[in-house]
Design a protein around this ligand. Sequence first.
Ligand code: 13P
Length: 322
Amino acid sequence: MQTIVFPPYNTSPKRGLSDVQKKILKMKQERDAVILAHNYVCEEIQEIADFVGDSLGLSRQAKSTSAKTIAFAGVDFMAETAKILNPEKTVVLPDRAAGCSLEQLCDPVELEKFKRLHPDALVISYINCSAKVKGLSDIICTSGNALDIVRQIPSNRQIIFCPDQHLGSWIEEKTGRKMLLWNGYCEAHTLYKAEELLELKRAFPGAPLVSHPECPKDVRDVCDCVCSTEKMLSFCRENPSDKFIIATVAEMIHRLRREIPGKTFIAATSAGESKLQCKNMLMNTPEKLLACLENLSPQIELDADTIEKARAPIERMLEMSK
Ligand code: 13P
């Protein structure tokens, strides 16, 4: 089994900013832009972003920023959420093709049909969905606040949860609440195999195994902690171990190393690879980030009706997870 062990950050040689990173910082000022980056983007972008975080933290930042332009290093549903919360701002992302399998696996027409079969059900959608699906939802959630939000719904109310069946089953397990689950899945997290992770645990005895709730149940069951990418930070900081196996997109480890510099992180292997990657997040390169700031393109453009319908369930999420 080949894997990547990231040694403690404070033992790595320090390097200065590259030319592209310097140009991005200069262009950011010219454009009065804020750079928001998801925990899954490359290290070069994380190093110069104004804020690096999970989907929930990024939505909060997008809502509160006073910058004229938001450059979103992430995938399209994240940049769309920023636009929905700030219709008057320019929102650019490095590559318009950076999507999400979960988003593609939930067709709004199919969701509308399903809603008609369950007219009294409340629709809670994971933020990893299209703006149209958001508009058909009552409340949006992220992996960081899903448990909290579902626990606030009266127990006699039926819930349709979409699009991630694995996040949905994790919520069911943790809250004891049965829901009607959509059958979407993350094409990256579902590559993990429980046996491979058990093998890693044997190879690194004592290192807690941390995964994301987008992993299937048999994988989650062999983990010591299942949580959002933001909560991985507090878990690894507070846990006394000096070594952790991280079962999520490997770029997460850059932030863990920077903020917890004395500990070692091991990227969990997936499907014969030495780490897990998200092909969509990898489309965010420093060169494309610079180009989108220079050209103010590609931009997120959504019609007013879509924005209006999608905004209410996102605002509801923000109110319910203060
Ligand atoms: P969070 O940002 O909620 O940690 O989820 C990670 C993810 O899989 C985004 O698609």
